[in-house]
Write a protein that binds this ligand. Structure first.
Ligand code: FDA
Ligand code: NAD
Length: 434
C-alpha cells in the first residue's frame, strides 16, 4: 500500500485534534501539509455534548450541530472546512503502530503515514469493569460512554427500554450527568458508587450533599459505599440484574458504567517519557522526542500556577493545549518566541437544571456559602478553597456569567483572606470585588 507523507499529522479526532486543526489553519498551514487521522467516523466534535443534550428527549443535539469549535463560541468546522483548507481528514482509521524513530504511523488496514511533526491527541479510553474481573460484564445493554458510537447505542437502548430501570455504576462526572439524562428520559435510575459521597475528586461532603439531595428529589436512588461485582443476563444475553458487593441485587434493563478514564498512551510506550500516567511534555506540549507534541487528556504538563506537573481530563484544557502546541510548532519553525502555557484549571458540569463551574485548585480548608439546601429555589451556593491564607479554588452552582467570571478571577489572583467567616458571609460578592 502506498505511503502517505505529510508535514504535520494530528493523531486523534477529538476535541484537541479539532482545535489544533483550526490553529494550524490560523497559523497558515499550506494545502496538503496537514492530516488529521481519527478512528472515529465523524469530524471532530465537542465531546461534552454526548453526556448532555445528545441524550435529551427534547432539544436533542445531533451532528453537524456540535462539531468543534462551537463549544467555545467559535466557528463550526464541518467536514467541508477541512477540504477547503486542503487538510486531509482521514476518518475510520485506527493507528495500531507508531514508530517515532522512523516517524511512521501504521493503520489497522495496513496503510502507512509519515510525518515531520506529530501532534498526539489520542485522548482517553474508558476503564472497563472487565478490567477488574467483574462477572457478566459482557452482557448486552451494559454501556460505556466515550465516543459518538457509544452514545448512539445508548440512545437506542433508551428508546427500546422505555420506562425501564437503569443502574449507573460510578459517582463521578459520567455517573452524575448520565443519571440525570436517563431520569429525564423517564427511566427509573439507581446510582451505585464506592465512596461516601459523589464526585470525591472535586466535591467536598457539603457540595456533594446538595447534589445527592437534589437527585433524590428528582427520583434518583443512590447507593453508596459499595460496588458492582457481577451481572446476570437473560437468554438473549441482555443484562437483568446487578449484584452488589454488599449482597444487594438490583434489577436493570440498562447499565451505564462510568468508573474513570485512562489516557491512550499505549502506542508510544517505551518510546517517549511518561509521567503521572500521561506523556510528559514541557510548557509548549513538546514531548521528550523531537518534533513530537502531545495535547489534551494524554499530556502531563507543567501547571505553572501551582509549580506542579499535572494531567487534566477536561475540555477547556484540551482546547487550549492544542492551540498552544500548534503556536509553538510554528514559532519554533520561525524562530519566534511563544509564551509558556499558564493554565488556570477550569471544570464544569450541567445536569437537570443545574450548572456549576470550578476554577483553580481544590486544596486546603474550605468555606461553604449561599443556600445549599437541596430544596432551595435558587440553589445558588458555592465553596472557596483556602491554602496558606489565600483563596486558591472557587466553586459556584447556578452562577450568572458575571459571577462565573469573578470565580475565575479570584482563583487566578489568589487574594489573601483575613477571616473565613467573612468569606462565608460575603459569598460570591467576595470574588466579585476582586
Ligand atoms: P478526545 O477523547 O476528545 O479525542 C481523542 C480522539 O483520538 C478520538 O477521536 C479517538 O477516536 C482518537 N483516537 C484515539 N486513539 C486513536 C488511534 N490509535 N488511532 C486513531 N484515532 C485514535 N470535560 C469538561 O470539561 N466538561 C464536560 O462537560 C465534559 N463532558 C464530557 C462528556 C463525555 C461523555 C466525555 C467522554 C468527556 C467529557 N469531558 C468533559 C472531557 C473532555 O471531553 C475531554 O477531556 C476531551 O475530549 C479531551 O480531548 P482529547 O482531544 O484529548 O481527547
Ligand atoms: P471519574 O473519574 O469522574 O469518576 C469515576 C468514578 O468511578 C469515581 O468517582 C467512583 O465513584 C467510581 N468508581 C471507581 N471504581 C468503581 C467501581 N469499581 N465500581 C463503581 N464505581 C467505581 O470518571 P468518569 O465519570 O468515568 O468520567 C470519565 C472521563 O470523562 C473523565 O476523564 C472525566 O473527566 C470525563 N468527563 C468529564 C465531564 C465533565 O467535565 N463535566 C463529564 C463527563 C465525563
Amino acid at each position: 500500500m502506498a505511503e502517505k507523507s505529510f508535514k504535520y499529522v494530528i493523531l486523534g479526532g477529538g476535541v484537541s485534534a479539532g482545535y489544533a486543526a483550526r490553529e494550524f489553519s490560523k497559523q497558515g498551514v499550506n494545502p496538503g501539509e496537514l492530516a488529521l487521522i481519527s478512528k472515529e467516523a465523524v469530524a471532530p466534535y465537542e465531546r461534552p455534548a454526548l453526556s448532555k443534550a445528545y441524550l435529551f428527549p427534547e432539544g436533542t443535539a445531533r451532528l453537524p450541530g456540535f462539531h468543534v469549535c462551537v463549544g467555545s463560541g467559535g466557528e463550526r468546522l464541518l467536514p467541508e472546512w477541512y477540504t477547503e483548507k486542503g487538510i486531509s481528514l482521514i476518518l475510520n482509521t485506527e493507528i495500531v503502530k507508531a514508530d517515532l524513530a522512523s516517524k511512521t504511523l501504521t493503520s489497522a488496514a495496513g496503510e502507512t503515514f509519515t510525518y515531520q511533526t506529530l501532534v498526539i491527541a489520542t485522548g482517553s479510553t474508558v476503564i472497563q469493569l472487565s478490567d477488574f474481573g467483574v462477572k457478566g460484564a459482557d452482557a448486552k445493554n451494559i454501556f460505556y460512554l466515550r465516543e459518538i458510537d457509544d452514545a448512539d447505542k445508548l440512545v437506542e437502548a433508551i428508546k427500546t427500554k422505555k420506562s425501564g430501570k437503569a443502574v449507573i455504576v460510578g459517582g463521578g462526572y459520567i455517573g452524575l450527568e448520565l443519571s440525570a439524562a436517563l431520569r429525564i428520559n423517564n427511566i427509573d435510575v439507581t446510582m451505585v458508587y464506592p465512596e461516601p459521597w459523589c464526585m470525591p475528586r472535586l466535591f467536598t461532603a457539603e457540595i456533594a450533599a446538595f447534589y445527592e439531595g437534589y437527585y433524590a428529589n428528582k427520583g434518583v436512588n443512590i447507593i453508596k459505599g459499595t460496588v458492582a461485582v457481577g451481572f446476570d443476563k437473560n437468554d438473549n444475553g441482555e443484562v437483568t440484574d446487578v449484584q452488589l458487593k454488599d449482597g444487594r441485587v438490583l434489577e436493570a434493563d440498562i447499565v451505564v458504567v462510568g468508573v474513570g478514564g485512562r489516557p491512550l498512551t499505549t502506542l508510544f510506550k517505551g518510546q517517549v517519557e511518561e509521567e503521572k500516567g500521561g506523556i510528559k511534555t514541557d510548557s509548549f506540549f513538546k514531548t521528550s522526542i523531537p518534533d513530537v507534541y502531545a495535547v489534551g487528556d494524554v499530556a502531563t504538563f507543567p501547571l505553572k500556577l501551582y509549580n506542579e506537573i499535572r494531567r487534566v481530563e477536561h475540555v477547556d484544557h484540551a482546547r487550549k493545549s492544542a492551540e498552544q502546541a500548534v503556536k509553538a510548532i510554528f514559532a519554533s519553525e520561525q524562530g519566534t518566541p511563544v509564551e509558556e502555557y499558564d493554565y488556570l484549571p477550569y471544570f464544569y458540569s450541567r445536569a437537570f437544571d443545574l450548572s456549576w463551574q470550578f476554577y483553580g485548585d481544590n486544596v486546603g480548608e474550605t468555606v461553604l456559602f449561599g443556600d445549599s439546601s437541596p430544596t432551595s429555589t435558587t440553589h445558588k451556593f458555592g465553596t472557596y478553597w483556602i491554602k496558606d491564607g489565600k483563596v486558591v479554588g472557587a466553586f459556584l452552582e447556578s452562577g450568572t456569567p458575571e459571577e462565573n467570571k469573578a470565580l475565575a478571577k479570584v482563583a487566578k489572583v489568589q487574594p489573601a483572606v483575613n477571616s473565613l467567616d467573612q468569606l462565608a458571609t460575603e459569598g460570591i460578592a467576595f470574588a466579585s470585588k476582586i
